[in-house]
Design a protein around this ligand. Structure first.
Ligand code: URP
Ligand code: ZN
Ligand code: ZN
Ligand code: ZN
Length: 467
């Protein structure tokens, strides 16, 4: 049969089924699915699940920050960490700095990624400066070149767009059939709360959680939905943290609006109390991300949304800063929570957390797990069926998973460039044991291996535009 490799004796899991089969690989693609296959090479997958490789549709790698702090992962360390955590594709952001041409920005990120990626990658664009040139020429040309998604921000001084600008970007997205991701938090509400907290001397990292109130997220979520309805364009509300913004998404869906949604590991495992640190001290900065983790009621709502389809995708929002002077712990950050770099690491722990807390604990099915972490991200971002499926002709991107392996998450075992994990000590049942990208092993037993073989993927139109 001329197969290069057979994954033998495993249990194949897709978003639709679970079944016993061998998988035959030729030239980096799945060539056969059947029984008693043989090839030049063989991997025994007895007792293991065979999943489509994880697709993390929301990661930040090697982004510059305006305050000179450094992100803890570049494309090499970030994609090594991703591979060890069972991922074969990640979607990082190419962030436009105001005044910068979007095309120059994308070329800059290609230079950073080139030759360094252990997984496949494909850039989302971040539009921070929607000039006539960007809206009229650069964005349409970039969408045609396969950058078919872009993110807009409703907060952060350096990135925030006003409503008129958001509507302009939505208009281009509708015309070019690109998918807009929205960071939905209300900037003015956050600034108001921040000023009040600072005036009261409440400057510890804990108060980041109060300044980024869920009400401000709910309001911005509704505003984004409302603008998308006005333009008649699909959107994704990213990193949804709790019950209140979820209700806005459900409100929109009930009216037939094309609103998709993403949530992340921090919103099922952490709460606002984690930001207290040891005793309202700076240790809480380890958990500072936006939107911040909420409470037990919101965690329960998120689980319900993961089950019932309110959420399409589960991404890490990996955005790593070390808990030292290069990252979170600066004199300015000690003076006020508003200067603590926002973001936490998680590309390596996303799949184990959802598997263990979700599948192993009986909260979601295996099919839902695969849909949320691989198949739906591929569909939503124009990579399906080359990615996100186990089918003849698809890339042989596979994760072999031991559903019984039990150990705690430990910083010492992780491969990211960060110096801590917010999930230290979390007990996990179910770990990836081998990751294959186009048939090549890129990680085994929690360690990346081999040279960087990852490619940049041009993407097609999102299935969000399907009738
Ligand atoms: O705190 C976070 N999530 N930082 C990353 C940037 C973003 O908004 O996704
Ligand atoms: Zn965001
Ligand atoms: Zn959807
Ligand atoms: Zn993010």
């Amino acid at each position: 049969s001329g197969l290069d490799l057979v994954i033998a004796g495993g249990t194949v899991v897709t978003a639709a089924d679970t079944y016993a089969a061998d998988i035959g690989i030729r030239d980096g693609r799945i060539a056969q699915i059947g029984h008693n296959l043989s090839g030049a090479d063989r991997i025994d997958a007895t007792g293991l699940l065979v999943l489509p490789g994880g697709i993390d549709a929301h990661v930040h790698l090697d982004q510059p920050t305006s305050d000179g702090t450094t992100m803890a992962d570049d494309f090499a360390s970030g994609t090594r960490s991703a591979a060890a955590g069972g991922n074969t594709t990640v979607l990082p952001f190419a962030l436009q700095i105001r005044g910068q041409s979007l095309r120059a920005c994308v070329e800059d990120y290609h230079r950073k990624a080139q030759g360094n990626c252990h997984t496949d990658v494909s850039f989302h664009l971040i539009v921070s400066d929607p000039t006539p040139q960007v809206l009229g020429q650069e964005l349409p040309a970039l969408v045609r070149d396969g950058y078919t998604s872009f993110k807009v921000f409703m907060t952060y001084d350096d990135l925030v767009l006003n409503d008129a600008q958001i509507l302009d970007v939505f208009e281009v997205a509708r015309r070019e059939r690109a998918l807009v991701m929205v960071h939905a938090e209300g900037h003015d509400a956050i600034r108001h709360l921040t000023r009040r907290l600072e005036a009261e001397g409440r400057t510890a990292p804990y108060y980041h959680g109060q300044a980024h109130a869920q009400i401000a997220e709910r309001e911005a979520t509704h505003r984004a939905i409302s603008h998308a309805q006005l333009i008649d364009v699909p959107v994704v509300i990213v990193h949804v943290s709790g019950r209140d913004p979820m209700e806005q998404i459900q409100w929109a869906r009930a009216r037939g609006l094309k609103v998709h949604a993403e949530t992340c590991p921090q919103y099922i495992t952490l709460t606002a109390d984690d930001l207290r640190g040891l005793d309202m001290d700076f240790d809480g900065a380890r958990y500072v991300c936006s939107p911040p983790p909420r409470d037990a009621d919101s965690q329960a709502a998120i689980w319900q949304g993961l089950r019932d389809g309110t959420f399409d995708i589960f991404s890490s929002d990996h955005c790593p800063f070390r808990i030292d002077a290069t990252g979170k712990d600066t004199p300015r950050a000690r003076s006020s929570f508003k200067y603590v770099p926002n973001g936490i690491p998680g590309v390596e722990t996303r799949l184990p957390i959802l598997f263990s807390e979700g599948v192993s604990k009986g909260r979601i099915s295996l099919q839902r797990f695969v849909a949320l972490t691989s198949t739906n991200p591929a569909r939503l971002y124009g990579l399906y069926p080359q990615k996100g499926s186990i089918a003849i002709g698809a890339d042989a991107d596979l994760t072999l998973w031991d559903p019984t392996l039990t150990r705690q998450i430990r910083q010492a075992d992780l491969n990211h460039g960060c110096d801590y994990t917010p999930y230290e000590g979390l007990q996990i049942t179910g770990w990836p044991v081998r990751t294959l990208l186009r048939g090549q092993t890129i990680a085994q037993d929690g360690r990346p291996c081999g040279d960087p073989q990852g490619a940049h993927l041009a993407r097609g139109t999102s299935e969000a535009f399907a009738p």
